[in-house]
Ligand binder design. Structure first.
Ligand SMILES: *Cc1c(COP(=O)(O)O)cnc(C)c1O
Length: 399
């Protein structure tokens, strides 16, 4: 069989074999092609890359360290668990890597207004932060249901100068906010750039977001080399899939096992989960072809996860392709297992992870118990400060 060069995708039309592409209205084709051209010319230039590197270093706080979690490694068996500390980034997660890159690109394109969609509010906060940094007007679309659930992040965005627009259509959550943002973009494309927060959406977004997040994988490769270790297994959680592809992509052509962890919610058999790669089927959502959760009439199904950041009925098209050709294994972890992992890392290593990240950790702990002498590199995508309220209320407390 011919060996696939995984790094040569997508093709020029944004396809990862039968996934990806641009399933959008005619009016969106022009802004998407302008964005593609600008991205290839501006963002790939040496001067842009140099400036971005400086911003990531001095503003975001990169490189993030790799931490050998020796205490839990020993307690679980004889594997070694390494954590790529994206939680130490400015604003507390990997999302800022992409928000900074796209805000810089928008500025270079002469745009003065940024729009974004957000579910839990993490991407909204990262975008509002980058907009404050670059003096860009910022409008964030958010489902009215999510606005109720994420009051602190809504307030943070407002402090940062962003306008938060409530979306009252559909399930009043992330997918509806994304639809609304796309609508705004069509109308205001002259002065506006749309910063999508994950590797979803129509081409070229899955590629752009992946490229900006790949700093995670590139950095970690160098860092592991420096300490003379080779990662045998990579693990990351998958919502839209941006922190996962950011870690995975630089390793795709290497001899390393790769595992993505979806949100199993109450369990796959209950239907209450957010695991399109495990339980969905190929279809079209938000301008691309990918695995999605839809009912027999083609309506998008409601999803459930304890972590708002994984609560999305679709997934980036590159992951769908990597699943089909078996380069990456996609598994699930339930709410309950994620919670256990949350407590375990917090108590044994003094690191409070985001609930999204806790899914990757739960699966890592399983592997560490069942395998021997493997170096497991986990993407610690974000910190858990934002989830403290959720945890407290599960314990019957209000803080
Ligand atoms: C948003 C978020 C995720 C999920 O998004 P991806 O695009 O799948 O990475 C995971 N972890 C954290 C901490 C997040 O904020």
């Amino acid at each position: 069989m011919k060996k696939i060069n995984y790094k040569s995708f997508p093709d020029k039309d944004g396809h990862f074999a039968k996934y990806g592409g641009q399933y959008v209205s005619e009016t969106l084709m022009y802004p998407l092609s302008e964005l593609y051209k600008a991205y290839m010319k501006i963002a790939k230039s040496a001067s842009f890359q140099k400036e971005l590197k400086g911003e990531l270093k001095n503003y975001v706080g990169r490189p993030t360290p790799i931490y050998h979690a020796s205490r839990i490694s020993k307690e679980l068996g004889n594997c070694n668990i390494y954590l790529k500390r994206e939680d130490l980034n400015h604003t507390g997660a990997h999302k800022i890597n992409n928000a900074m890159g796209q805000a810089m690109l928008a500025k270079a394109m002469g745009k003065t207004r940024i729009i974004a969609e957000t579910g839990a509010g993490q991407h909204g906060v990262a975008t509002a932060t980058a907009c404050a940094r670059y003096n860009l007007k910022c409008v964030v679309y958010m489902g009215s249901e999510d606005i109720q659930r994420q009051k602190i992040n809504v307030y943070r965005m407002k402090l940062l100068g962003a306008e938060v627009v409530a979306v009252n259509s559909g399930s009043k959550t992330l997918k509806d906010a994304l639809n609304e943002a796309l609508r705004d973009w069509v109308t205001n494309v002259d002065d506006t750039h749309y910063i999508i927060g994950s590797v979803a959406g129509p081409h070229p977004y899955p590629m752009i977001v992946r490229d900006f997040q790949s700093v995670i994988g590139h950095e970690s490769k160098q860092q592991m080399k420096k300490i003379n270790k080779k990662a045998h297994i990579l693990v990351a959680c998958v919502g839209g899939g941006s922190n996962a592809i950011g870690l995975f992509h630089p390793y795709l052509n290497d001899n390393v096992e790769i595992i993505g962890v979806e949100a199993g919610g109450y369990g796959l058999s209950t239907g209450k989960h957010a695991a399109p790669l495990n339980k969905g089927k190929p279809g079209i959502l938000h301008g691309n072809r990918t695995y999605i959760m839809e009912d027999k009439n083609g309506q998008i199904e409601s999803t459930h996860s304890i972590s708002a950041g994984l609560d999305y009925p679709g997934v980036g098209p590159e992951h769908s392709w990597l699943k089909d050709n078996k380069r990456v294994k996609y598994v699930t972890v339930t709410d309950k297992e994620a919670l256990e992992a949350f407590y375990y890392l917090t108590e044994k290593e003094g690191i409070i992870p985001a609930l999204e990240t806790a899914h990757a950790l739960a699966y890592t702990f399983k592997i560490a118990k069942s395998k021997s002498k493997k170096n497991i590199l986990v993407n610690l995508s974000g910190r858990g400060d934002k989830d403290i309220d959720t945890i407290a209320s599960l314990q019957g407390m209000k803080v």
